[in-house]
Design a protein around this ligand. Structure first.
Ligand code: SAM
Ligand code: SF4
Length: 326
Protein backbone atom coordinates (compact mmCIF):
# COMPACT_ATOMS: atom_id res chain seq x y z
CA UNK A 1 0.00 0.00 0.00
CA UNK A 2 1.57 3.38 -1.00
CA UNK A 3 2.06 5.82 1.85
CA UNK A 4 0.97 9.37 1.20
CA UNK A 5 4.19 11.32 0.72
CA UNK A 6 4.22 14.50 -1.33
CA UNK A 7 6.93 15.79 -3.65
CA UNK A 8 8.51 17.73 -0.77
CA UNK A 9 8.82 14.60 1.38
CA UNK A 10 5.97 15.53 3.72
CA UNK A 11 4.05 12.51 5.01
CA UNK A 12 0.29 13.02 5.04
CA UNK A 13 -1.29 11.38 8.08
CA UNK A 14 -4.00 13.84 9.03
CA UNK A 15 -7.36 14.38 7.32
CA UNK A 16 -9.65 17.24 8.21
CA UNK A 17 -13.21 16.41 7.28
CA UNK A 18 -15.60 19.28 6.65
CA UNK A 19 -18.77 17.24 7.16
CA UNK A 20 -21.02 20.16 6.23
CA UNK A 21 -20.48 23.69 4.94
CA UNK A 22 -23.55 24.85 6.90
CA UNK A 23 -23.43 26.50 10.27
CA UNK A 24 -25.84 27.87 12.85
CA UNK A 25 -23.47 30.84 13.38
CA UNK A 26 -22.31 33.50 10.94
CA UNK A 27 -18.85 34.54 12.10
CA UNK A 28 -18.18 37.59 9.96
CA UNK A 29 -14.60 36.47 9.16
CA UNK A 30 -15.77 33.06 7.94
CA UNK A 31 -19.10 33.30 6.08
CA UNK A 32 -19.73 36.44 4.00
CA UNK A 33 -22.80 38.51 4.87
CA UNK A 34 -25.90 37.24 3.07
CA UNK A 35 -24.09 34.14 1.76
CA UNK A 36 -26.63 31.58 0.52
CA UNK A 37 -24.63 29.40 -1.82
CA UNK A 38 -24.37 26.39 0.49
CA UNK A 39 -24.06 22.92 -1.01
CA UNK A 40 -27.18 21.12 -2.23
CA UNK A 41 -28.21 17.95 -0.42
CA UNK A 42 -27.49 15.73 -3.41
CA UNK A 43 -23.94 17.06 -3.69
CA UNK A 44 -23.11 16.41 -0.07
CA UNK A 45 -21.25 13.16 0.58
CA UNK A 46 -23.40 10.60 2.37
CA UNK A 47 -22.36 8.91 5.58
CA UNK A 48 -21.42 5.74 3.67
CA UNK A 49 -19.36 7.69 1.12
CA UNK A 50 -17.46 9.54 3.83
CA UNK A 51 -16.75 6.38 5.81
CA UNK A 52 -15.59 4.61 2.64
CA UNK A 53 -13.22 7.45 1.71
CA UNK A 54 -11.80 7.73 5.22
CA UNK A 55 -11.25 3.94 5.14
CA UNK A 56 -9.21 4.37 1.95
CA UNK A 57 -7.18 7.21 3.48
CA UNK A 58 -6.54 5.14 6.61
CA UNK A 59 -5.14 2.32 4.50
CA UNK A 60 -2.76 4.88 2.99
CA UNK A 61 -1.41 5.91 6.38
CA UNK A 62 -3.84 8.55 7.60
CA UNK A 63 -4.41 7.95 11.32
CA UNK A 64 -5.79 11.28 12.59
CA UNK A 65 -9.21 12.65 11.74
CA UNK A 66 -10.67 16.00 12.71
CA UNK A 67 -14.39 16.59 12.19
CA UNK A 68 -14.97 20.19 11.25
CA UNK A 69 -17.06 22.31 8.93
CA UNK A 70 -19.11 24.50 8.88
CA UNK A 71 -20.47 23.32 12.16
CA UNK A 72 -20.08 19.54 12.41
CA UNK A 73 -22.80 19.22 15.06
CA UNK A 74 -25.51 20.49 12.69
CA UNK A 75 -25.12 17.29 10.67
CA UNK A 76 -27.74 14.86 11.99
CA UNK A 77 -25.72 11.69 11.45
CA UNK A 78 -22.57 13.07 13.11
CA UNK A 79 -22.61 10.65 16.09
CA UNK A 80 -22.97 7.65 13.78
CA UNK A 81 -20.21 9.01 11.54
CA UNK A 82 -17.82 9.47 14.44
CA UNK A 83 -18.57 5.97 15.70
CA UNK A 84 -18.04 4.32 12.32
CA UNK A 85 -14.86 6.25 11.55
CA UNK A 86 -13.49 5.58 15.03
CA UNK A 87 -13.94 1.86 14.40
CA UNK A 88 -11.85 1.87 11.19
CA UNK A 89 -8.52 0.07 11.52
CA UNK A 90 -5.61 2.50 11.58
CA UNK A 91 -7.58 5.49 12.87
CA UNK A 92 -6.22 6.27 16.30
CA UNK A 93 -7.04 9.91 16.90
CA UNK A 94 -10.47 11.52 16.57
CA UNK A 95 -11.00 15.20 17.29
CA UNK A 96 -13.55 17.87 16.51
CA UNK A 97 -13.63 21.62 15.92
CA UNK A 98 -16.97 23.06 16.96
CA UNK A 99 -18.63 26.32 17.89
CA UNK A 100 -20.12 24.38 20.86
CA UNK A 101 -23.61 25.82 20.39
CA UNK A 102 -25.01 22.27 20.36
CA UNK A 103 -22.30 20.60 22.39
CA UNK A 104 -24.46 20.34 25.52
CA UNK A 105 -26.69 17.78 23.70
CA UNK A 106 -23.77 15.91 22.08
CA UNK A 107 -20.86 15.91 24.54
CA UNK A 108 -21.53 12.52 26.15
CA UNK A 109 -22.29 10.83 22.83
CA UNK A 110 -19.10 12.21 21.31
CA UNK A 111 -17.05 10.97 24.21
CA UNK A 112 -18.62 7.51 23.93
CA UNK A 113 -18.06 7.52 20.18
CA UNK A 114 -14.33 8.06 20.72
CA UNK A 115 -13.72 11.75 20.21
CA UNK A 116 -10.84 12.53 22.50
CA UNK A 117 -10.09 16.16 21.89
CA UNK A 118 -12.19 19.16 20.99
CA UNK A 119 -11.39 22.67 19.85
CA UNK A 120 -14.04 25.28 20.55
CA UNK A 121 -14.15 28.68 18.86
CA UNK A 122 -14.70 31.40 21.43
CA UNK A 123 -13.75 34.95 20.51
CA UNK A 124 -15.46 36.91 23.27
CA UNK A 125 -16.92 36.46 26.75
CA UNK A 126 -19.17 39.49 26.33
CA UNK A 127 -22.60 38.43 25.01
CA UNK A 128 -23.00 41.53 22.82
CA UNK A 129 -19.53 41.32 21.29
CA UNK A 130 -19.96 37.57 20.83
CA UNK A 131 -23.23 38.23 19.00
CA UNK A 132 -21.61 40.92 16.87
CA UNK A 133 -18.88 38.52 15.76
CA UNK A 134 -20.89 35.29 15.37
CA UNK A 135 -24.62 36.16 15.36
CA UNK A 136 -24.83 33.36 17.96
CA UNK A 137 -25.74 32.98 21.61
CA UNK A 138 -22.81 32.97 24.05
CA UNK A 139 -24.84 31.19 26.78
CA UNK A 140 -25.28 28.13 24.61
CA UNK A 141 -21.55 27.97 23.97
CA UNK A 142 -20.72 28.25 27.65
CA UNK A 143 -23.29 25.50 28.42
CA UNK A 144 -21.71 23.37 25.71
CA UNK A 145 -18.24 23.89 27.15
CA UNK A 146 -19.35 22.99 30.67
CA UNK A 147 -21.10 19.86 29.36
CA UNK A 148 -17.94 18.86 27.51
CA UNK A 149 -15.91 19.27 30.68
CA UNK A 150 -18.43 17.24 32.68
CA UNK A 151 -18.42 14.50 30.01
CA UNK A 152 -14.65 14.17 30.38
CA UNK A 153 -13.65 15.45 26.94
CA UNK A 154 -9.99 16.36 27.24
CA UNK A 155 -8.13 18.44 26.34
CA UNK A 156 -10.58 21.23 25.55
CA UNK A 157 -8.86 23.94 23.54
CA UNK A 158 -10.36 27.37 23.08
CA UNK A 159 -9.60 29.00 19.73
CA UNK A 160 -9.72 32.77 19.83
CA UNK A 161 -9.35 34.76 16.60
CA UNK A 162 -7.93 38.01 17.89
CA UNK A 163 -9.17 41.16 16.16
CA UNK A 164 -8.00 44.65 16.99
CA UNK A 165 -11.30 46.54 17.19
CA UNK A 166 -13.36 43.68 18.61
CA UNK A 167 -11.67 41.51 21.20
CA UNK A 168 -8.00 42.43 21.61
CA UNK A 169 -8.93 43.96 24.97
CA UNK A 170 -10.36 40.62 26.13
CA UNK A 171 -7.15 38.59 25.94
CA UNK A 172 -6.68 38.90 29.73
CA UNK A 173 -10.27 37.84 30.52
CA UNK A 174 -9.96 34.87 28.22
CA UNK A 175 -6.73 33.84 29.96
CA UNK A 176 -8.57 33.90 33.33
CA UNK A 177 -11.56 31.98 31.96
CA UNK A 178 -9.31 29.23 30.59
CA UNK A 179 -7.24 29.15 33.77
CA UNK A 180 -10.38 28.67 35.91
CA UNK A 181 -11.76 25.93 33.68
CA UNK A 182 -8.54 24.11 32.78
CA UNK A 183 -8.96 24.88 29.09
CA UNK A 184 -5.98 25.45 26.81
CA UNK A 185 -6.14 28.82 25.11
CA UNK A 186 -4.97 29.23 21.51
CA UNK A 187 -4.81 32.44 19.56
CA UNK A 188 -5.35 32.46 15.79
CA UNK A 189 -4.25 35.11 13.32
CA UNK A 190 -6.96 36.20 10.88
CA UNK A 191 -6.49 34.64 7.46
CA UNK A 192 -7.63 36.13 4.13
CA UNK A 193 -9.79 33.17 3.15
CA UNK A 194 -12.82 34.07 1.04
CA UNK A 195 -14.40 37.53 0.93
CA UNK A 196 -15.21 37.41 4.65
CA UNK A 197 -11.68 36.54 5.72
CA UNK A 198 -10.19 39.13 3.37
CA UNK A 199 -12.37 41.84 4.88
CA UNK A 200 -11.57 40.73 8.43
CA UNK A 201 -7.83 41.10 7.95
CA UNK A 202 -8.35 44.88 8.44
CA UNK A 203 -8.55 43.85 12.10
CA UNK A 204 -5.48 41.59 11.97
CA UNK A 205 -3.33 41.29 15.09
CA UNK A 206 0.04 39.50 14.89
CA UNK A 207 1.03 37.03 17.58
CA UNK A 208 3.99 39.06 18.88
CA UNK A 209 1.54 41.65 20.15
CA UNK A 210 -0.52 39.02 21.99
CA UNK A 211 2.56 37.44 23.53
CA UNK A 212 3.56 40.89 24.85
CA UNK A 213 0.13 41.28 26.47
CA UNK A 214 0.43 37.90 28.21
CA UNK A 215 3.99 38.65 29.28
CA UNK A 216 2.76 41.62 31.29
CA UNK A 217 1.33 38.97 33.66
CA UNK A 218 3.36 35.81 33.17
CA UNK A 219 6.90 34.86 32.28
CA UNK A 220 6.68 32.44 29.36
CA UNK A 221 8.90 29.65 28.07
CA UNK A 222 8.57 27.25 25.10
CA UNK A 223 6.37 24.21 25.76
CA UNK A 224 5.54 20.94 24.07
CA UNK A 225 1.98 19.81 23.45
CA UNK A 226 0.77 16.44 22.16
CA UNK A 227 -0.86 16.79 18.73
CA UNK A 228 0.22 20.42 18.54
CA UNK A 229 0.15 20.47 14.74
CA UNK A 230 0.97 23.94 13.46
CA UNK A 231 0.38 25.63 16.81
CA UNK A 232 3.41 26.81 18.76
CA UNK A 233 3.03 26.57 22.53
CA UNK A 234 4.41 28.68 25.35
CA UNK A 235 3.90 27.87 29.02
CA UNK A 236 3.97 29.89 32.17
CA UNK A 237 7.36 29.45 33.83
CA UNK A 238 6.92 27.21 36.88
CA UNK A 239 3.23 26.55 36.09
CA UNK A 240 1.09 24.30 33.90
CA UNK A 241 -0.82 26.95 31.98
CA UNK A 242 -0.11 26.75 28.25
CA UNK A 243 -0.90 29.05 25.37
CA UNK A 244 -1.02 28.06 21.70
CA UNK A 245 -0.30 30.39 18.82
CA UNK A 246 -1.48 29.65 15.32
CA UNK A 247 0.48 31.98 13.11
CA UNK A 248 -0.28 31.28 9.44
CA UNK A 249 0.46 34.92 8.59
CA UNK A 250 3.44 35.95 10.70
CA UNK A 251 5.31 32.60 10.73
CA UNK A 252 3.97 30.04 8.30
CA UNK A 253 4.38 26.37 9.13
CA UNK A 254 3.98 24.83 5.68
CA UNK A 255 7.27 22.92 5.84
CA UNK A 256 5.78 20.59 8.45
CA UNK A 257 2.31 20.31 6.90
CA UNK A 258 0.96 16.78 7.32
CA UNK A 259 -2.66 17.33 6.36
CA UNK A 260 -5.22 17.51 3.60
CA UNK A 261 -8.88 18.49 3.74
CA UNK A 262 -11.97 16.75 2.41
CA UNK A 263 -14.96 19.03 1.86
CA UNK A 264 -18.57 18.03 2.44
CA UNK A 265 -19.00 17.88 -1.34
CA UNK A 266 -16.12 15.46 -1.70
CA UNK A 267 -13.40 17.84 -2.89
CA UNK A 268 -9.96 17.00 -1.59
CA UNK A 269 -8.17 20.29 -0.95
CA UNK A 270 -4.42 19.87 -0.84
CA UNK A 271 -3.71 23.22 0.86
CA UNK A 272 -5.89 25.62 2.85
CA UNK A 273 -4.44 28.56 0.97
CA UNK A 274 -4.31 27.26 -2.62
CA UNK A 275 -6.74 25.99 -5.26
CA UNK A 276 -5.13 22.60 -5.95
CA UNK A 277 -7.73 19.87 -5.47
CA UNK A 278 -9.12 16.52 -6.52
CA UNK A 279 -12.87 16.07 -7.02
CA UNK A 280 -13.53 12.73 -5.38
CA UNK A 281 -17.35 12.75 -5.41
CA UNK A 282 -17.71 12.12 -9.16
CA UNK A 283 -15.11 9.35 -8.98
CA UNK A 284 -16.93 7.68 -6.07
CA UNK A 285 -20.30 8.01 -7.81
CA UNK A 286 -18.93 6.74 -11.14
CA UNK A 287 -18.19 3.48 -9.33
CA UNK A 288 -14.39 3.52 -9.14
CA UNK A 289 -12.93 0.69 -7.09
CA UNK A 290 -11.00 1.34 -3.87
CA UNK A 291 -7.75 0.62 -5.73
CA UNK A 292 -8.62 3.19 -8.41
CA UNK A 293 -9.52 5.80 -5.79
CA UNK A 294 -6.25 5.12 -3.98
CA UNK A 295 -4.39 5.69 -7.22
CA UNK A 296 -6.19 9.01 -7.81
CA UNK A 297 -5.47 10.18 -4.24
CA UNK A 298 -1.86 9.16 -4.50
CA UNK A 299 -1.46 11.19 -7.72
CA UNK A 300 -3.22 14.19 -6.16
CA UNK A 301 -0.93 14.23 -3.13
CA UNK A 302 2.02 14.67 -5.48
CA UNK A 303 0.42 17.99 -6.50
CA UNK A 304 0.24 19.30 -2.91
CA UNK A 305 1.64 22.86 -3.09
CA UNK A 306 4.76 23.74 -1.14
CA UNK A 307 3.11 26.58 0.78
CA UNK A 308 0.25 29.03 1.03
CA UNK A 309 0.68 32.60 -0.24
CA UNK A 310 -1.65 34.44 2.13
CA UNK A 311 0.79 37.34 2.47
CA UNK A 312 1.86 37.80 -1.16
CA UNK A 313 -1.53 36.95 -2.75
CA UNK A 314 -4.19 37.78 -0.14
CA UNK A 315 -7.03 37.80 -2.72
CA UNK A 316 -6.28 34.34 -4.02
CA UNK A 317 -8.62 32.08 -2.04
CA UNK A 318 -12.22 32.85 -2.92
CA UNK A 319 -13.86 29.77 -1.39
CA UNK A 320 -15.14 30.39 2.11
CA UNK A 321 -13.62 28.88 5.24
CA UNK A 322 -16.66 26.80 6.23
CA UNK A 323 -16.43 25.01 2.90
CA UNK A 324 -12.82 23.94 3.22
CA UNK A 325 -13.04 23.17 6.91
CA UNK A 326 -10.74 25.48 8.88
N1 SAM B 1 -17.58 25.73 13.29
C1 SAM B 1 -16.41 25.21 13.89
C2 SAM B 1 -15.70 26.27 14.70
O1 SAM B 1 -16.01 27.45 14.54
O2 SAM B 1 -14.80 25.90 15.46
C3 SAM B 1 -15.45 24.53 12.92
C4 SAM B 1 -15.20 25.22 11.62
S1 SAM B 1 -14.39 26.80 11.70
C5 SAM B 1 -14.24 27.19 9.97
C6 SAM B 1 -12.74 26.34 12.20
C7 SAM B 1 -11.88 27.46 12.70
O3 SAM B 1 -11.62 28.34 11.64
C8 SAM B 1 -12.46 28.27 13.82
O4 SAM B 1 -11.58 28.27 14.93
C9 SAM B 1 -12.57 29.67 13.25
O5 SAM B 1 -12.35 30.66 14.21
C10 SAM B 1 -11.48 29.63 12.20
N2 SAM B 1 -11.65 30.62 11.13
C11 SAM B 1 -12.69 30.82 10.29
N3 SAM B 1 -12.44 31.82 9.43
C12 SAM B 1 -11.19 32.28 9.73
C13 SAM B 1 -10.34 33.31 9.20
N4 SAM B 1 -10.72 34.07 8.18
N5 SAM B 1 -9.13 33.47 9.77
C14 SAM B 1 -8.71 32.72 10.81
N6 SAM B 1 -9.45 31.72 11.34
C15 SAM B 1 -10.68 31.51 10.82
FE1 SF4 C 1 -19.58 28.68 11.78
FE2 SF4 C 1 -17.18 28.03 12.71
FE3 SF4 C 1 -17.44 29.57 10.53
FE4 SF4 C 1 -18.11 30.56 12.89
S1 SF4 C 1 -16.04 29.90 12.26
S2 SF4 C 1 -19.33 30.69 10.99
S3 SF4 C 1 -18.90 28.81 13.92
S4 SF4 C 1 -18.02 27.47 10.69
Amino acid sequence: MPELIDQFGRKIEYLRLSVTDRCDFRCFYCIPKGFKDFSDNENRLTLDEIVRLVGIFSRMGVSKIRFTGGEPLVRRDIAEMVTQIGALPGIDDLSMSTNASQLAQHATTLKQAGVSRINVSLDSLKPDVFKQITQGDLNKVIDGLMAAKAAGLHPIKINMVVMRDLNLGEVGDMVDFCLENHFTLRFIETMPIGAAGQEATDNYVGMDEIIKIIETRFALEPAKMKGAGPAKYLKVVGGRLKFGFITPMSQHFCGDCNRVRLSSEGTLYLCLGQHDKLELRPLVRQGLSDAELEQAIHQAILQKPEKHEFNSKPDQVVRIMSMTGG
